[in-house]
Design a protein. Structure first.
Length: 117
């Protein structure tokens, strides 16, 4: 059974930084596309960043480009999201996500990120 555990969320002032971590247990982490979604109150869940397993190509949501950096450490079964220059509109629950073969989805429980003005 694959389990994902996020950490690193919290409250930060606008312009500040946070680093999210997600440790994956079970399965074969190195074969998963790993990423981060977020969901703000009253809004749909959206993909923030995803790292492809085979070539390391990274997708970023337009609004976070240049501010957020996703990375992974296959030796530690961990994926990270470094968030800089945070804005109030980044406030959301952030979910770690794994995707296998484009079909099997794995989710973490979510971690709250709150950015104050």
């Amino acid at each position: 059974q694959v389990q994902l555990a996020e950490s690193g969320g919290g409250l930060v002032q606008a312009g500040g930084s946070l680093r999210l971590s997600c440790v994956v247990s079970g399965g074969t982490f190195s074969r998963y596309d790993m990423g981060w979604f977020r969901q703000a109150p009253g809004k749909e869940r959206e993909l923030v960043a995803r790292i492809r397993w085979n070539d390391g190509w990274i997708y970023y949501l337009d609004s976070v480009k240049g501010r957020f950096t996703a990375s992974r450490d296959d030796a530690k079964n961990t994926v990270y999201l470094q968030m800089n220059s945070l804005r109030p509109e980044d406030t959301a629950i952030y979910y770690c996500h794994g995707l296998l073969h484009g079909t099997f989805n794995f989710w973490g429980q979510g971690t709250q990120v709150t950015v104050s003005v």
